[in-house]
Design a protein around this ligand. Sequence first.
Ligand SMILES: Cc1cc2nc3c(=O)[nH]c(=O)nc-3n(C[C@H](O)[C@H](O)[C@H](O)COP(=O)(O)OP(=O)(O)OC[C@H]3O[C@@H](n4cnc5c(N)ncnc54)[C@H](O)[C@@H]3O)c2cc1C
Length: 511
Amino acid sequence: MAERCDVAVLGAGVAGLTAAALLAAEGLEVVLLEAHSQSGGCAGTFRRGPYTFDVGATQVAGFEPGGIHHRLMAHFGLPLPEATPLDPGCSVWLAGETEQIALWRDPQRWVTERRRQFPGSERFWALCAQLHRSSWAFAGRDPVLPPRSPWDWRQLLAALDPAVVASGLVTTATVADLLRLCGCGGDHRLRRFLDLQLRLYSQEPADSTAALYGATVLAMAQAPLGLWHLQGSMQALSSALEQALRQGGGALRLRHRVQRLTSQGGGWLVQGQGPAQRPFALEAQQLVCSLPPQALPALLAGGLPRSYGKRLESFPDPSGALVFYGAVDRQRLPPLAGLHAQLEWTDPGSLFVSISAEGDGRAPAGQATVIASVFTPARPWFGLEEAAYQRRKQQAMAGIEAGLQQLLGLAPADYLHRELATPRGFAGWTGRPFGFVGGLGQHPSRFGPFGLASRTPLPGLWLCGDAIHPGEGTAGVSLSAFTACRQLREAQGAPLRLRGGETPAAAAGSG
Ligand SMILES: Cc1cc2nc3c(=O)[nH]c(=O)nc-3n(C[C@H](O)[C@H](O)[C@H](O)COP(=O)(O)OP(=O)(O)OC[C@H]3O[C@@H](n4cnc5c(N)ncnc54)[C@H](O)[C@@H]3O)c2cc1C
């Protein structure tokens, strides 16, 4: 006999943990199924000897009053995990330059920096700031995007105001269009800076990142928003959400890989493999799926409406990632402005580098972890013969080390530990098809109203995660989970509202 519950949540990354904790706090009987032996997914950690490495995400957003993690923890009545604001959020090094562009936390300091770095670009930045203000206030009124039901539409319409309607004029524009509009289309240095920053958040360069999305992420490092460094490791965020789930009486089942979803009798049968490869079956009234949508056709085995299946197939492949995990004596590192840097680099691609802080729990005293990630097309890493795969991996590792030598002066002999994860490793770690990371990308054709909805055509199946609005990042996926849970509860006639935390709109007003 299959076990029964009100809601089964699939995948215990930040999205699935958030959804499960929210629904458990509503008094629903929730079972969260996770294939791995720990939660966290792309925002998890792993240990190697004395080192703790953050697998993917190394910075968090949404910790400011009104930010989604701040609101969620207030709702659960739990403290936010201990974290330090990053200042600068990142230092960007363009190829061939000897001075960094620092994304300072203080907005005025950032204005001074960008005026010095990119003279003549203030109209562009002023337009971005205006779009960001209206988008942020809009987001604070909890709209549902894209709308798929009368209730979704009501949430969307209630969140609109004249500024949002006006910024709607650029819904289909890209960041490069904004540059041209402001007379900065010929500023190649600014364009290189923007391409680097936007690829990090949207997988797309300036000429294919939606202007409204780009304007928001370009303001993410500055107060009153900002980026944070978690004390201990990134796992601290997942542990806090696990605590919220337990507090609500929900169950987390680790080592439970979901293999089949079948719609039956108004609910769902979830089948898969548990520990020691024992099969399990679970009957749930509702399903919240945080796995990438590319996983749905196999899980539903013909149970997807044709047009929906075709839509899923029509999305271009998301990126894969190469991630170098190293450890060094801290004295080998140059004096640094901040813990995060971006280096414009060609082989295997531009690097995003994160260095642990002394005493932050990731490395013994006097040592530091150094993580460098690069986006890469994922599929070509599969189907290679073992020898060819290893050659390619060594090449990529050498390319990343050369970049780190340029940026930090580290020689190969300086590493106390080093290893590289490829898309094959990410496929194994996260169960994501081809190790795809980063959702669908924020091209105007897939952004906001044109994106994939959390409400699906299958009754009782809701989606969240980095392919759902507002997209990738720990804060983005928590927001997507909040939307899916609101829709689920509304369908049950019991509206879900967050208690206690300020909304972003209220926080902006008070600032
Ligand atoms: C290299 C890299 C760097 C990043 N840097 C940052 C950063 O600095 N800041 C930031 O905010 N974001 C960053 N991100 C993005 C962020 O990590 C992700 O957007 C976010 O963590 C995704 O969360 P998720 O819950 O949607 O998916 P995931 O984290 O992928 O979680 C999905 C979970 O589902 C489980 N699962 C998969 N298949 C099954 C199955 N069949 N049955 C049961 N369970 C299953 C997986 O094991 C996993 O735990 C980065 C990502 C990468 C890859």
